[in-house]
Design a protein around this ligand. Structure first.
Ligand code: G3H
Ligand code: 13P
Ligand code: NA
Ligand code: ZN
Length: 328
């Protein structure tokens, strides 16, 4: 059944677990997420970015997610819009039947310029007002995702900022977070703690100086009743990189957010964990392997089946690690 983000995250908070929010762009990803959730009886958050809407078309995405809900009536599914750049974009998603929207006011609507706190509060408040009227949840974002190794922002949605940033901008301030939540009444708050989008997050396995789980604890201590969201939370498993390289792909040395660090953050209020890159890596590794082992293959069903199966395993392992098993 379609449920709001608020319903899912309230249950997660009451029962001390976190929920992976997987990005979806096509049929096989939607199917993989549902099959994994079904196998472990986990609740589902599926999210669509602007890039996903551009790739698939918003009506196709809408109906893919609705097909998932119809096919698995016993699984609660939140249909979430990822990184909405303006109230108009969020209104569009609400009109399509999404049960949750993210108003990302950390950047201006050009998706590049870092916004002011007041701008962020105002646009987020506007979205909360229109969304709550119709039972739709809202995720806001305070702070700028980016790297504490390079002190640069990350290009959210592929067209964000790569501006130079200060440590203060790259780590969400607990007092500001409290003021932001108080003024906007968001249902969930995305925070900056050193993660960034995409496959290249860290040049080494991250330690506390470049991935601040400590900051999660400080924010949670200040706003214990707010559901926290971690973006850029793919783990970039080395096994996928090795498999991609082994079967003809190229990948620079890179590290993601270790699953055990996410599990620690879940003890301190993180309830939604955004994952896109890990599905991309799982699919790519499986497809490369399939083509090398089956050079004469040309039926897309064959290699997409391999990609789907790899995605099921990845999703299942995140559901289990984050404590979702049996929570649907
Ligand atoms: O926000 C970033 C997500 O990974 C979505 O990526 O904009 O390429 O669809 P995308
Ligand atoms: P990853 O690139 O780490 O998968 O992050 C996805 C994300 O935050 C989507 O909003
Ligand atoms: Na989001
Ligand atoms: Zn994100």
């Amino acid at each position: 059944a379609l449920v709001s983000l608020r319903q899912l995250l309230d249950h997660a908070a009451e029962n001390n677990y976190g929920i992976p929010a997987f990005n979806v762009n096509n049929l096989e990803q939607v199917q993989a997420i549902m099959q994994a959730a079904d196998e472990v009886n986990a609740p589902v958050i599926m999210q669509a970015s602007a890039g996903a809407r551009k790739y698939a078309g918003e009506v196709f995405l809408e109906h893919l997610i609705k097909a998932a809900i119809e096919s698995y009536p016993h699984i609660p599914v939140c249909m979430h819009q990822d990184h909405g750049q303006s109230p108009a974009v969020c209104q569009g998603a609400i009109n399509l039947g999404f049960s949750s929207v993210m108003m990302d006011g950390s950047l201006m609507s050009d998706g590049k310029t870092i916004s002011t706190f007041d701008y962020n509060v105002n646009v987020t408040k506007e979205v909360v007002n229109m969304a709550h009227r119709v039972g739709v949840s809202v995720e806001g974002e305070l702070g700028c995702l980016g790297s504490l190794e390079t002190m640069k922002g990350d290009k959210e949605d592929g067209h964000g900022t790569d501006a130079e940033m200060t440590r203060d901008q790259l780590l969400t301030d607990p007092d500001q977070a409290a003021q932001f939540v108080e003024e906007t009444q968001v249902d969930a708050l995305a925070i900056a703690i050193g993660t960034s989008h995409g496959a290249y997050k860290f040049t080494r396995k991250p330690t506390g100086d470049i991935l601040s789980i400590q900051r999660v604890k400080e924010i949670h201590a200040r706003i214990p009743n707010t559901h926290l969201v971690m973006h850029g939370s793919s783990s970039v498993p080395q096994e996928y990189l090795e498999e991609i390289r082994k079967y003809g792909g190229q990948f620079r040395t890179t590290y993601g957010v270790p699953v055990e660090e996410i599990v620690e953050a879940i003890k301190y209020g993180v309830r939604k964990v955004n994952i896109d890159t890990d599905i991309r890596l799982a699919m790519t590794a499986a497809i490369r392997k399939y083509f090398v082992e089956n050079p004469e293959a040309f039926d897309p069903r064959a290699y997409l089946k391999a990609a789907r199966a790899a995605s099921v395993e990845m999703c299942k392992s995140r559901y289990i690690a984050f404590g979702c098993e049996g929570q649907a």
